[in-house]
Design a protein around this ligand. Structure first.
Ligand SMILES: NC(=O)c1ccc[n+]([C@@H]2O[C@H](COP(=O)([O-])OP(=O)(O)OC[C@H]3O[C@@H](n4cnc5c(N)ncnc54)[C@H](O)[C@@H]3O)[C@@H](O)[C@H]2O)c1
Length: 317
């Protein structure tokens, strides 16, 4: 099928493109290569793609109607995988308007074009951030049926707004759609602002690791290839409309991550404890029952194995 992947030059998007080409799909990327982190890294993500020649790249902002029209005209997509977004919980508190602009209005622009193009499937990258802070039942896995009306960051609010818009377009225009709530992804090409990548950089440089809170709170970390397998299933399985968690189903205490990284990197570890930041989601754990049922999803990569694969990539870049 012809697939348009917005944000395809990013961490997750570049892996998705690789997998889709391997599955025989014809892939076009729309990405604006913005400087949220170094655009050079995004160029590198694509240069290093094993499938580089099979992927068409259209440079442009998803908020720019003309650029989006061009991407749709040139790619004539049957499927849209919408991954372009301002990611990151903490920076969204400083720039809520920008996050709203890109993540909410940009999503509407893509949805409008998807409707006119009569796409057969729309896959939206949502986030576990829609669940907000767990106040009751701490430690219980987060299920798609749980209340999600109390996000604690502008980022979480934009992702929930995106889900609402995708659902409305499905209801009004019948676009078969899947919203996937990713639980913190890691692996090769991980965004440099994300904790695991940041910790690895600091440990390699012999610097202190800042840990917000006690470091004991557990979070669900998902290896990139498992997320990708869920996205591919969301394209290929018969689905009308679903919201589905994609996680690992296992929670890892934050502090154990720098400890493991230091071991894999063969470096000493120094930690500094700092107060929790507003908007930080303290703990998360994905309930995967629906993912198993709807997508046949089964995460395969254990945390230590995934972390070693990340470190291997980190040491060779
Ligand atoms: N990485 C995670 O753990 C995680 C967790 C939950 C949800 N998500 C979501 O998954 C998606 C991909 O995340 P990622 O970690 O790969 O981030 P990323 O920043 O590496 O990728 C996003 C890509 O979108 C592009 N982009 C951003 N704004 C754009 C715009 N206005 N126009 C065109 N392109 C634009 C960026 O240049 C980038 O290449 C995002 O929607 C993110 O919110 C990621």
């Amino acid at each position: 099928m012809r697939v348009l992947v917005t944000g395809g030059a990013g961490f997750l998007g570049s892996h998705v493109c690789e997998a889709l080409v391997a599955e025989g799909h014809r892939v076009t990327i729309q990405d604006d290569f913005n400087d949220f982190y170094s655009p050079h890294l995004k160029e590198e993500n694509l240069q290093k793609l094993s499938v580089q020649k099979a992927v068409r790249v259209i440079r442009g902002d998803i908020r720019d109607r003309a650029a989006v029209s061009r991407a749709f005209e040139e790619s004539r997509p049957e499927v849209v995988v919408h991954m372009a977004a301002r990611a990151g919980v903490r920076p969204s508190a400083d720039e809520p308007r920008l996050y709203h602009d890109v993540n909410t209005l940009g999503t509407l622009e893509i949805l409008e074009h998807a409707r006119r193009a009569n796409v057969q499937r729309f896959v939206f990258s949502s986030s576990s951030s829609v669940y907000g802070r767990q106040t009751q039942d701490a430690g219980a896995p987060l299920s798609e049926d749980d209340a999600v009306e109390t996000p604690v960051s502008p980022y979480g609010a934009t992702k929930r707004a995106g889900e609402h818009h995708v659902r409305v377009f499905h209801k009004l225009h019948g676009i078969p759609s899947v919203c996937l709530r990713f639980f913190t992804a890691y692996g090769p090409r991980q965004r440099p602002d994300m904790a695991i990548h940041k910790f690895a950089r600091l440990i390699a440089a012999g610097e202190e690791i800042p840990i917000y809170g006690s470091g004991a709170t557990p979070k669900d970390y998902t290896f990139v290839s498992d997320i990708v397998s869920g996205i591919v299933a969301a394209i290929e399985r018969p689905i009308d409309f679903e919201i589905v968690n994609l996680g690992s189903g296992r929670a890892i205490p934050l502090l154990s991550i720098p400890e493991k990284l230091a071991k894999f990197l063969g470096k000493p570890l120094r930690v500094r404890h700092l107060p929790l930041q507003p908007g930080d989601v303290m703990e998360s754990l994905a309930d995967l029952a629906k993912a198993r049922q709807v997508l046949g999803y089964a995460p395969r990569v254990g945390f230590d194995e995934g972390l070693e694969r990340f470190v291997d990539w980190f040491q060779h870049t």
